[in-house]
Ligand binder design. Structure first.
Ligand SMILES: C[S@@+](CC[C@H](N)C(=O)[O-])C[C@H]1O[C@@H](n2cnc3c(N)ncnc32)[C@H](O)[C@@H]1O
Length: 948
């Protein structure tokens, strides 16, 4: 032992390169990663096939020694500061766990080299051995004792000779045990890099050394420093160790803590070591199963949703794996690519269709639009563009250029949300149905077959403005139009049917909604073009008698009646019908109710007005309502600027008197018009139009005059009134009227001995309301409010003078043939009553039939001036257009008188005002004079006063 000590303390392990201590393994013994690898004894023992020591080559290992702490012998004298001489480069292999006892016994009984049981464990050459100090970069500070403490006054370190020898043996391949091997002198410095030399050969025989052991006192248990890791014991960290250390141990640690290695100091400084949780405290609130963010500022960014796994075949996945070279684990993760700012995506359809935020605002506009835009500085882009919600471009801009306010489109302005109040259930009807006598009555009346219109349009014309069917308000079909469905544009009802047959609120395009103050109303669910058909007014077609019966019996308690005058003295009752019945009145309506002849049948529909209708707009038309008397007046709540205040008739258009000069001029023009050359358009199709119109007029005249002459002429008084009204109620296309025309009409009217009837074929609504809404009326519980005739302003009111024969006016005689004078919408220049033969009534303003030999100027929507010389047959005269195209669709007026039966028997006479207005008369069935005689009577009269 003394030798050993001398060996250790002497120069054998002391080299120039030696560092104070061999404690570089201290870290490895405690908490740092394994720096020394030694096979576990148990595992080695269980490996019988381990290679023999001589076969092991450990080129990288320079020296393997086992350091054991042994009690410092008494006799050992060591200079303070003297340290265990271990080569700087020496690599320490911890000794496998071994009981002291066994070691001792081995040492004491058998020589190390001869005993297989005590054979040292071999270091596994396959495992790497690291120089921790070098790796950690602490070798520059020199060797330290474990925990960085000084080796002074510490237990002496000894090298277990047996173990050492065993290690030497294991590494040197038993060379140390070779008998002829020269022993190194103790003073020989150990070159740790020399594997052979690093295995020092002990000079003292084992037995002698053992004998030197003091036998009297029990040998102090030799402390062997072992790698915890290798011992199989769980690795303890510093904290655990400190806590488990005894008082002394703790003190020692505390003492030496100031000298902790940098690594440990670094570790000590970590929050993890100090058990400090630096993560922010999060408050989570869960309400009703949902997370509520209490303080979003504290909230950590939400984790990205897991990416969807792409399904890949296992095979493919394996192949990919094989193909991809394995990345080194230690490779630093690639820096995340910087996030690109999100690009706004624009819809390809709708509001921003095809928009790429044009730099040039003029892009895509027509030359005209560009010009207009240039004159509108307010539309020019200025300032920073709003990128979130851009200004409307292209179509939107176009709308603005054309002077229409921009409104959000359909898909932005959604229809009404669900859960809206609904009107009381009612039976709907999508087609008119004749009820009771109406059907037989209808059949008996030889009406439309005789007057079937036939257009002569060409496909390129497309049945446009000049289409005679259109002019006559006849819808084209296969029987009356040769253009064909593909090109014909005069098939509104067919279009409507096609649009709505699939159903769906957007195709239907309208919905009932509850208004604030006017009960239910109808609003659009989509946009409509000007004059586009919107919906049909359908219901039961009933006779007047049936209407009266219903009003008195079935509807007597109703607040509203949905009755509208129709055709042939019949009424549409939409109590069972389409939702068009909910359309309210407005003094500035956006729609018109127009009657058309479709396949020989009259049908009523709501059409858009002259301007387009946007989604969400309430649809309205002018009821032209006459409440009979002030008692029944209902306050109008339409809210338009030009509101008449009450649900009443349209005010008369008062034309300012022309100055004398103008009158003269117009007279001259009228005279000149005889010889005026027809316009280009007129000239083109003059012959054709003439022919067609002649035919049309012939047939149409027949029907209309027949209607007119159904007047029995019993009531002269009525007739006079009607005559007055006929003249005064000229509200149609007054612009086209000349004073001469009026004179002619008057003259013709004067010439008639008996009732001159004005045929105003129009749409009328009869609505009886029991409501007392306005307070303007009396306190009567039930008020009959017959809705007045609704007539499009620009529609013709065609007057047919009764009592005027086809050829000559025969005063005093009941009219036997139609001899009519232009009443209100005809501009006749030189017509005289005597010469007037026929004025053809028409539902279109374009047709004016004048008396034979009289040239008349009429208006067509197409703007054609047509001049016709009246002959024995009605001819189309020269026309001047002042009427907008849409007005063409206005209806001829049909007036409903307030009471039925013969006029002589009537108890109630419509007010003069009402007659003058030529509108529908309305009144309370109970309060009206008619009521006094019994049931209220409503009579449809062609001519507004004459009863049939
Ligand atoms: C054919 S109904 C229209 C639908 C009705 N709003 C409903 O809820 O059934 C006609 C009635 O509606 C009301 N009405 C329609 N337009 C109106 C208006 N502009 N002002 C006041 N009341 C109106 C009147 O009471 C009128 O008698």
């Amino acid at each position: 032992m003394a030798e050993l000590d001398s060996l250790l303390c002497g120069s054998s392990f002391t080299s120039n390169d030696s560092i104070e201590t061999s404690s570089s393994n201290s870290a490895s013994l405690s908490s740092t990663p394994p720096t020394i690898v030694s096979p576990d004894s148990m595992s080695l023992a269980s490996e019988p096939d381990l290679p023999k020591p001589e076969n092991i080559t450990v080129p990288s290992i320079q020296a393997v020694i086992t350091v054991t702490d042994a009690p410092k012998p008494q006799n050992e004298q060591r200079e303070p500061g003297q340290q265990t001489p271990v080569s700087k480069d020496a690599i320490v292999v911890a000794e496998p766990p071994q009981s002291t006892e066994s070691t001792e016994s081995t040492e004491s009984t058998e020589p190390a080299q001869s005993s297989p049981a005590s054979r040292p464990r071999r270091a596994r050459s396959s495992l790497p051995v690291y120089n921790l100090a070098r790796l950690a970069g602490t070798d520059i500070h020199g060797k330290r004792r474990p925990k960085g403490d000084s080796t002074v006054d510490k237990r002496r370190r000894t090298i277990s000779e047996g173990t050492h020898a065993n290690h030497v043996d294991s590494i040197a391949g038993g060379e140390a045990d070779a008998p002829g091997r020269p022993n190194h002198a103790p003073e020989d410095k150990v070159d740790a890099s020399d594997a052979r030399r690093s295995a020092p050969i002990l000079h003292t025989p084992k037995s002698a050394r053992i004998s030197k052991k003091p036998s009297s006192s029990p040998a102090p248990a030799r402390l062997t420093r072992r790698a915890t890791r290798l011992s199989g014991a769980p690795v303890e960290n510093l904290t655990v160790k400190l806590s488990t250390l005894g008082k002394r141990g703790k003190k020692a640690v505390e003492k030496g803590i100031g000298r902790l290695s940098r690594e440990l100091l670094r570790l000590r400084d970590t929050n993890e070591f100090a058990h400090i949780d630096t993560r922010p405290v999060r408050y989570t609130v869960w309400s009703n199963g949902k997370y509520v963010d209490v303080d979003p500022s504290q909230e950590a960014p939400a984790p990205e949703p897991p990416r969807k796994k792409v399904k890949v075949d296992e095979k493919v996945a394996d192949e990919r794996k094989a193909a991809t070279p394995e990345k080194p684990e230690a490779a630093a993760p690639a820096p995340a690519p910087a996030k690109k700012p999100r690009q706004k995506k624009w819809l390809e359809k709708g509001l921003y269709a095809g928009q790429e935020a044009p730099i040039d605002i003029f892009k895509g506009l027509t030359a005209q639009e560009k010009k207009k835009l240039a004159s509108l500085p307010e539309l020019m882009p200025r300032g920073k563009p709003n990128k979130t919600f851009r200004q409307p471009m292209y179509n939107g801009l176009r709308i603005l250029i054309h002077g229409r306010d921009f409104k959000l489109p359909f898909d932005v302005c959604n229809p009404l949300p669900p859960g809206q109040p609904k009107p009381a259930a009612y039976r709907t009807m999508t087609k008119n149905r004749f009820v009771g006598d109406a059907a037989s009555y209808w059949k008996k009346t030889p009406h439309f077959e005789d007057f079937a219109s036939k257009c002569v349009c060409k496909p390129e014309d497309g049945c446009g403005e000049d289409c005679q069917n259109r002019i006559m308000l006849y819808e084209c079909d296969e029987t009356n139009c040769g253009v064909g469905k593909a090109h014909c544009q005069n098939r509104a009802f067919q279009d409507l049917q096609e649009r709505t047959k699939k159903g769906g609120r957007y195709r239907v395009g309208v919905e009932v909604f509850k208004t604030g103050d006017r009960g239910y109303g109808v609003r659009s669910n989509r946009c409509f073009e000007p004059n586009q058909i919107i919906m049909e007014y359908t219901g039961e077609i009933i006779t007047v008698a049936e209407c009266e019966r219903r009003m008195n019996e079935e509807y007597k308690d109703n607040e509203c009646y949905y009755l509208m005058s129709f055709d042939q003295n019949m009424i549409i009752d939409a109590t069972t019908g389409s939702i068009a019945r909910f359309v309210n009145h407005s003094c500035s309506p956006n729609c018109r109710m127009i009657k058309w002849i479709v396949s020989g049948q009259p049908r009523m529909a709501l059409f858009a007005g002259d301007r387009p209708i946007m989604t969400g707009e309430e649809l309205t038309y002018d009821y032209n309502f006459d409440p009979f008397s002030a008692k029944n007046v209902q306050k109008c709540l339409c809210g338009s600027p030009n509101c008449r205040g009450v649900l009443g008739p349209k005010p008369k258009e008062v034309k300012p008197p022309k100055p004398a000069k103008e009158q003269k001029k117009s007279a001259k023009t009228s005279k000149a018009s005889k010889t005026t050359k027809p316009s280009k358009v007129a000239a083109k199709g003059k012959a054709v139009v003439k022919k067609t119109v002649k035919t049309s007029i012939k047939t149409a005249t027949k029907r209309k005059l027949k209607d007119a002459f159904e007047f029995d002429g019993d009531d002269e008084e009525d007739a006079k009134k009607v005559k007055k009204r006929k003249i005064k109620t000229a509200t149609g296309i007054k612009q086209a009227l000349s004073s001469a025309g009026l004179k002619a009409a008057k003259g013709a009217a004067k010439g008639t001995a008996k009732g001159v009837t004005t045929i105003k074929r129009s749409v009328s609504t009869i609505s009886v309301s029991a409501k007392k809404r306005t307070g303007l009326g009396s306190s009567s519980s039930k008020v009959l409010k017959t809705k007045a005739v609704k007539v499009a302003k620009t529609k013709p009111s065609t007057a047919v003078q009764r009592g005027v024969s086809k050829k000559k006016t025969t005063p005093g005689k009941k009219a036997t043939g139609p001899a009519a004078a232009p009443a209100t919408n005809t501009k006749s220049t030189t017509a005289t009553a005597a010469k007037t033969k026929i004025v053809i009534p028409s539902r279109s303003p374009s047709l004016t039939i004048v008396a034979a030999g009289v040239a008349t100027t009429t208006t067509t929507p197409a703007g054609q001036k047509k001049e016709t010389k009246a002959g024995s047959t009605p001819v189309l005269t020269k026309t001047t257009t002042t009427t907008p195209s849409s007005s063409r669709k206005g209806l001829p007026k049909l007036t409903i008188s307030g009471s039925g039966g013969k006029t002589s028997t009537r108890k109630w006479t419509p007010s003069r005002k009402a007659l003058e207005a030529g509108v529908m008369l309305a009144g309370s069935p109970k309060k009206s004079p008619a009521t006094a005689a019994g049931s209220p009577r409503i009579k449809l009269v062609n001519g507004g006063g004459a009863s049939k």
